[in-house]
Design a protein around this ligand. Structure first.
Ligand SMILES: Nc1ncnc2c1ncn2[C@@H]1O[C@H](COP(=O)(O)OP(=O)(O)OP(=O)(O)O)[C@@H](O)[C@H]1O
Length: 206
C-alpha cells in the first residue's frame, strides 16, 4: 500500500508569539504507524492538532486525504483524534458511552461487548466514567475512538495512565488497525509502544 494520506510541507506554527514548529515536512502512507517523539513542549500535540485541522499553521501546507484538514463532520467521519479526556456524560454508564458511539456511526467496527472485553472494561460496564480510575477512563476514551469506523487515528499519548499489560494489548490493537489499512500518527513518550513504528523526533525548536 503506497497511497500517501498525509503531506506536510514546510510547516511553521506560532503560539502566543513563540515559534513551535519550523519548516517541518512529513509524508505518511496508508497503513503506516508513525510515532512523533521528543521532549515536553517540543510540539507533538501541536503537530497532531494541525493534522486534525484544529490549529492553523503560520506558514506551510498540510493535506490529509488530499485536502487541507478542516474541523467539519466530513473530515471527522474518516479521522479520530484521541487527545485530552473527552467530555463524559456523567449520567451514562461505560456501556452506554460505547452504545452511543455505535448509535451515531454507521457500521461500527466492534460491537459493544467485544469493545468492553478488548479494552478490559467488562467488569466496569455499569458505572459512570467519573467513577473509573485514570487508566480505565483512558481505555474507555480509546474504545470510543476505535469502535467507530475510521481511516486514520491521531493519538496524543495514548499510553497515559495505562499499565504495562494493557500497553501490550494496545500495541496489538494498533497493529491490527494498520494491517487493515488504517493510518496512525501517535505522539508518545513510550519507547516500547513506538518500537516497531516509524519514529520521528521533534527537537525543542521543532
Ligand atoms: N495555547 C497556547 N499558547 C501559547 N503557547 C502554547 C499554547 N499551547 C501550547 N503552547 C506551547 O507550545 C509548545 C508545544 O506544546 P505541545 O503541547 O505541542 O508540546 P508537546 O511536545 O506535545 O509536549 P508534551 O510532551 O508535554 O505533551 C509548549 O512550549 C507549550 O507551552
Amino acid at each position: 500500500m503506497d497511497e500517501t494520506v498525509i503531506t506536510v510541507r514546510d510547516l511553521t506554527v506560532e503560539l502566543g508569539g513563540t515559534r513551535i514548529l519550523h519548516g517541518f515536512d512529513l509524508d505518511v502512507r496508508a497503513g503506516e504507524w508513525v510515532s512523533i517523539m521528543g521532549a515536553n513542549g517540543a510540539g507533538k500535540s501541536t503537530l497532531l492538532r494541525c493534522l486534525a485541522g484544529l490549529q492553523r499553521p503560520a506558514a506551510g501546507e498540510v493535506t490529509v486525504f488530499g485536502r487541507p484538514p478542516v474541523d467539519e463532520p466530513a473530515f471527522w467521519r474518516d479521522v479520530v483524534h484521541v487527545a485530552d479526556e473527552p467530555a463524559w456524560y456523567p449520567w451514562l454508564s461505560v456501556r452506554e458511552h460505547i452504545d452511543l458511539m455505535r448509535a451515531v456511526h454507521d457500521e461500527a467496527r466492534l460491537d459493544t461487548d467485544t469493545a468492553l472485553e478488548l479494552f478490559e472494561l467488562t467488569g466496569r460496564d455499569d458505572v459512570a466514567p467519573p467513577r473509573l480510575s485514570t487508566g480505565q477512563r483512558q481505555r474507555l476514551a480509546l474504545a470510543m475512538g476505535l469502535v467507530r469506523p475510521s481511516r486514520m487515528l491521531l493519538l496524543d499519548e495514548p499510553e497515559r495512565g495505562l499499565d504495562l499489560d494493557f500497553r501490550d494489548r494496545l500495541k496489538e490493537i494498533f497493529v491490527a488497525y494498520a494491517v487493515a489499512g488504517g493510518t496512525l500518527v501517535m505522539a508518545t513518550h513510550d519507547d516500547d509502544l513506538a518500537w516497531a513504528t516509524r519514529r520521528l523526533t521533534l527537537d525543542a525548536a521543532g
